[in-house]
Design a protein around this ligand. Structure first.
Ligand code: URA
Length: 434
């Protein structure tokens, strides 16, 4: 087989067969197909697309390019959850202790943040001593004993995707539906779960800004999951403003602790309930949505989820005292308000710009080598549909440098759109794809 022929075939809009896709991914992973030929292929895919069978084959070839985790030593139905990424997205941190407290095993691989979106591991590392670098043995033992473990992705999880994603990133070929769907699903399927719940974000702060694109991506991922024999459900959720009020690592952890005390922001809790319901249904822990929602409420009200969160943090080296006393978590030296320059009603808060402001403060990574300042971030005191008077506080900047605070304030001010007429918040959950 020759890569030249496969590129030509795809350029002409023809289908690649299973054998060709398997060969291409193996040769590329093992360094026998040069980057320039693979780049030509991804560009051809961008123009000609891939059908469902090709997308599935690409996913499985990338899944099998490295380790596929075997979670069979954990009893029960393991349901994984994945978000396509957003600003202020701390859903996993509220949700996983809830479902674990209800007896559903949580064996989760998470990632770090890059650019304007944050990562679950970075947020968790706000706890002193906490680590996700745990052995497979400890990972499985932890789920069997306390019901929950979150680990960083191992280097050998879908290495073909790692190499291909890095190439797509510098050749303007990231935003192709089949390539995104196969990239995400290859990692999820390699993580060994029995069923998968996907949170596909749409709006300004999301990968898929248009709802119809988010739905198409969700359908592609659900199709892959089901073809692989893993029941998969996608929930399309709003990312037209940041989720919750806090953006920034330790600030978001404090919001998670509030949520587990029953005091979470409404938009965040709406997404937690929607995804949690699907997880409990897939895990066969609840027979219908009403039962699932009641179980979630009970777990929060009786502080079962909060206790599970503390157990989990301690088990992975963190200090549980920081949950009882969140003031012990990292905090910034300066807290500076961003004031409204006009009165009206908040119509939009450009989530991407808030994410960039947080990155500017040091709360996110500009590149893979950047280090994170866990204490900095932004608290949004006004959200969509709130009214505001001139001079009132829109947001609070938590900064460790006055210069960075000034830059971030400008970005946050520009992210707010204030209308003269009352504005309505769109529903958080757009639809569910099965
Ligand atoms: N996230 C991924 O893991 N892969 C993509 O292609 C896009 C987002």
């Amino acid at each position: 087989m020759r890569m030249y022929d496969l590129i030509l075939k795809k350029k002409q809009g023809k289908e690649l067969n299973t054998e060709e896709i398997n060969w291409m991914i193996k040769e590329f992973t093992e360094g026998r197909i040069p980057d320039y030929q693979m780049s030509a292929m991804t560009m051809a895919i961008c123009f000609q697309g891939m059908d469902k069978r090709e997308t599935f084959d690409l996913t499985m070839a990338m899944r099998d390019s490295g380790d596929v985790l075997d979670l069979s030593r954990i009893d029960g139905i393991k349901v994984d959850k994945h978000s396509t990424g957003g600003v202020g997205d701390k859903v996993s941190l509220v949700l996983t202790p809830i479902v674990a407290s209800l007896g559903v095993p949580v064996a989760k691989m998470s990632g770090r943040g890059l650019g304007h979106t944050g990562g679950t591991i970075d947020k968790l590392e706000s706890f002193s001593g906490f680590s996700t670098e745990i052995s497979e043995e400890k990972f499985i033992d932890s789920v069997n004993t306390i019901g929950i473990a979150i680990a960083g992705q191992t280097a050998n999880l879908a290495p073909a995707d790692k190499k291909l994603y890095a190439l797509r990133d510098v050749t303007a070929t990231v935003d192709q539906m089949s390539l995104i769907a196969s990239s995400i699903m290859s990692k999820k399927l390699a993580s060994g779960a029995d069923a998968i719940v996907l949170d596909v974000k749409t709006g300004n702060g999301a990968f898929m800004q248009k709802e119809e694109d988010a739905i198409a991506l969700a359908k592609a991922m659900v199709d892959i999951g089901n073809r692989a024999g893993k029941q998969t459900v996608a929930v399309i959720t709003d990312m037209d403003e940041p989720l919750g009020n806090a953006v920034g690592n330790a600030l978001e952890i404090k919001e998670v602790i509030d949520a587990l005390h029953g005091d979470g922001p409404e938009d965040l809790m709406e997404v937690v309930y929607a995804l949690g319901t699907q997880m409990l249904l897939l895990a066969k822990r609840a027979e219908d949505e009403e039962i699932a929602r009641n179980l979630i409420t009970e777990s929060i009200q009786e502080r079962k989820a909060l206790k599970k969160f503390a157990e989990f943090i301690e088990n992975q080296g963190g200090n549980r005292e920081e949950i009882l006393h969140p003031d012990m978590l990292p905090k910034a030296r300066y807290v500076i308000p961003v004031l409204a320059e006009e009165e009206g009603c908040i119509e939009r808060i450009l989530a991407q710009d808030i994410g960039i402001a947080c990155m500017t403060l040091g709360g996110g990574r500009e590149n893979k080598e950047s280090t994170i300042d866990h204490g900095v971030g932004i608290i949004l005191t006004k959200k969509i549909s709130d009214t505001v008077k001139k001079g009132e506080t829109l947001a609070l900047i938590h900064a460790n440098s006055k210069e960075k605070a000034v830059l971030a304030s400008g970005l946050v001010k520009n992210a707010y759109r204030i209308a003269k007429e009352p504005a309505k918040k769109a529903p958080m959950v757009k639809c569910i794809i099965r």
